[in-house]
Design a binder for this molecule. Sequence first.
Ligand code: SF4
Length: 316
Amino acid sequence: MQHVFGPVSSKRLGQSLGVDVLPSKSCTWDCIYCQLGKTDAYAVERQEFFPREEILDEIQQAIENPAAIDWITFVGSGETTLYEGLGWLIHETRKLTDIPVAVITNGSLLYLEEVRNELLEADAVLPSLNAGSAELFERVDRPAPGFTYEQHVEGLVDFRKVYRGKLWVEIMLIAGVNDTVEALEDIASVLQKVLPDTVHLVQPTRPSTEPDVHLPSEEGIARARLILSRVAKVVHPVKGSMNLRNTADIIETVAAITRRHPLQERELRYALNELIPDKPDQVERMIGELRGSGRFRTVTLEDGEVYWVPTSDANG
Ligand code: SF4
C-alpha cells in the first residue's frame, strides 16, 4: 500500500493505523528536530496530492481486521492538513468504521476556518506547540515566510473554541532550547489560552539532520511536567513497539515504516520477538533477511541507539 502503514503502537494511540496523505516532504515548517530531513521547499498551498478515493480504498482494505487497530491516524510526510481532501477522508472513514480517527498536525493551518471545520469530526487532534514566544518559534519550527507565531496561536485558540473532541497538544522537548524555566513558563502562558485536554511531552529520539538537537535530561522533563501541569494534564508517552502480527510481507512493512520515520532497532527486535516468541535464531535470521534485502542501512546516534533508514535516505 502507498498510503496506509502499520499498525504501529504508541502509548497515546495504542495500535495505530497510519494514513500518510502527502508526498515527502510537504511542510509549512522546517523544524530543527524533523526526522524527515530538511524542508527543501516549503509547501503552503493545500492540494489534493493523491486522489482521495485511492486513499480511502486503502483504508477500507486495511480495516478488514479492525480488532487489531485502536486508532486510524492521519499523518503526513510533512503537514497533514495541506491535504485538501482531509475533511472528506475523515468523514468517509467514520462512515466505514467505529474505530476512532486521529489527526497529527503541526497546527499551522488552523488559522484557516476551512481547516478547522474539516477537523471537527476527528476524535482526537494532536497539534504542535513547541514554543511560547515568536523568537523561539522561529528558532525551533522555522516556518515558511508569512507564517507567524501569532497566527499559529490564534489558530489553536480558535480551534479549541469549536472543537469538541480530544485536543492533545504535543511539545517536542529539546535540551537547552525549550526545556528552560523561561521557555516553559512562556509555553504554559500560551497553553492557558489554548486549553488542551492534555499535553504530550515528546523527545527527539529519532535522528535529526541538525547537530544541536539533544534529548532533554531527566531534570528537563521533570521541570516541564512541573511547570506545564499547572495548566494542563501532562503525559510523557513512552514509545511502544510496532505490531508485525498482521503483516503479510515484513520487508515491505518495515520499508513503509522507514520511509516515514527512522525505525529504532530495539523496536524492530521487540516486534519480531513478539511475532516469533522464544525463537531467537529465527528472529536473527529475519533481521539478516531484512539487512540482506539491501533496502535499509543503519545509523547509530551518540547515545548508542541504532536506527534503520531506507538505503536511499540522505539523512543521518
Ligand atoms: S512540522 Fe513535522 S514534518 Fe514539518 S518540519 Fe516540523 S517535524 Fe517535520
